[in-house]
Structures are given as structure tokens and as C-alpha cells.
Ligand binder design. Sequence first.
Ligand SMILES: [Mn+2]
Length: 324
Amino acid sequence: MTYTQKHAPVWVIGDVQGCFDSLKALLEHPELTQDPSAKFCFAGDLINRGPESLACLRHIKSLGDKAISLLGNHDIHLLGLAAGVRKLGKSDTAQEILNAPDRDELIEWLRHRPLSTVLHEHLIVHAGVAPEWTTQRCLELSSEVESILQGANWKHQVGELFGNLPDRWSDDLKGADRHRAVINALTRMRACYSDGRMNFAHKGAPDGLEGHTAWYDMPQRQPTLPVVFGHWSTLGLFVSEDAVCLDTGCVWGGQLSAMRLPDRRIVQVNSQEPAPLTPGAKKPWAKAALPLDAQPDRQDLHNYCGQLLHIALQEYDPETRTQH
Ligand SMILES: [Mn+2]
């Protein structure tokens, strides 16, 4: 474990995803600045999709020992891009990091970040903990993959971490299959089928699940410390005794959320960024759509209208005075 100052309070922060203005607003929030001894823990996905990935990465790196940052799937995707084994996707905004003059230092720093950690009797990961794992097992398996990312040969090995199979943990897995199952549980999992296989296709809210279950509700789950995670923006802020989700979809026009440990005090700031557009999307406003059964409150409607306006303006072509 890299974190040694056990007694300082820690604000665990959900997915930032390149939302630098929101990050600044959260870190400047009076509750976060009032105790100078407090630390920060970023639950992964520091970058991508949002407008200022480079600024976020530089800023979080500059926090030094004040922050511990875990790796999320978008951060690992960036490592894959830097190693030349991944291709930039249409909605990726990480290219500016690869073009930056300090690119090598940023990538070096990023690949040395952990995949899980324990703070104030909570286990922190980006996405989830496989139902078969105890806290200790989770930390051990994390360090197996961390040693690959941190090794001298990482550029040749990082490619083995991408892919949907195997989609179920087994103690018998070896080599690349083992590493992929570990990274998929830690950084990509949301729902599982009843036999324990991970479903990577489901990105919606857990109440829309048919035939499968949120990973933290799996009946065969081993006892662990309470798990704090991000990654599941459609779940949003979720606080139960043994599982806490802090991804509140800042990059989609939601909030950026922080929870202080050990007392679980929650602070949120509204997204300061316009919601991003997926290039080439036929119906960009679908990005902003509320679920049919939603019962939006005033803030939800405010966010929704803001997203629609932003999309409409982005789509507007001043030359032809039409939507394109
Ligand atoms: Mn994620």
C-alpha cells in the first residue's frame, strides 16, 4: 500500500474525465479546503471524453503526496495509446496528452498508479471487485497487474490487458488471461450474470438489469471492506453500507462528487463543462435524453436543458443558418 498517513481524512473523488473546471471548483470548495491535512483519492478515469484531459492529468500529478490516484479504464486506454497498441476512438479527447511536451513524464507517472488501495477501512477501486475476491485477494491481484504496467517491458505487455475475455474470474487463470480478468473486474465491471460472468455491454442503470445483477449485489460475494468506486455514471451517487459509487457523470453534465473518509461526508459540485458531443452521432440529443421513467427534479431538468442547448449550438452551422 502506498498510502501511509492513515489518520488524515481523505476525500475520495469520482470520475473527473477531463473536466478541469469542475475539478477546480470541487478542490476549491470550502469543505475541501478547510482542513489542510486532508488528502485526496481519485477513483480513476482522470481523463478522456471531457474537454481538458491534459490539464486534469497535470494538475492531479502536481498534487504529489496530497493525492493518491487509481487507474480507470480510460487511463489504461491512454497507456495503450502511448504504447501504440490502441487506436484513438471517435469520442476520445486524450490526444492532447500524447502531443504534449511533457507527455513522457505524464505517462511515466500514470503507469505507476495503483489499481486498488485501502483507506480508512474502505477498499477503493475504479469499477468493482470480483465477487470471488476478498479485500486481500483484490490487493494481491491488483499488484500483479501493477507490476506489468510498472515494468520495463510495459509497452510490449500492456496490449494483453485489452479484450472482453475471459469474462469470469477463476483462480486457475494464468498469464494474459489472468491479467485481463483482473483488469476487467477492477476497471470495467458493472453488472454480472448469475454465474459470475461480467456483462460489459450493460451501461445503463442497475434497475434496468434483466437476468443479471450489479456486481456488489452478487449473492456469492466474499466479504470485503466496504468498496468505494466510480465508473457507473448511470448508477450515480449510491451509498450503502458495503458499496459506494461516486461517478455522478460530471462529463455528461452531472456533478463531480467527493466523499470524505472516514465519516462519509459527501460534497458535490455541478458540472462546469458543457456536455460533450459524440462526433458523427446521428441523434446527438439522445446523449442528453432522460430515461422514459425518470422523475427529474429541478436540477436534472436544468442539466438536461443545458445539454440540449449546447448540442443545438454545436450542431448549428452559421454559414447556412441550419442545423447540420
Ligand atoms: Mn470508467
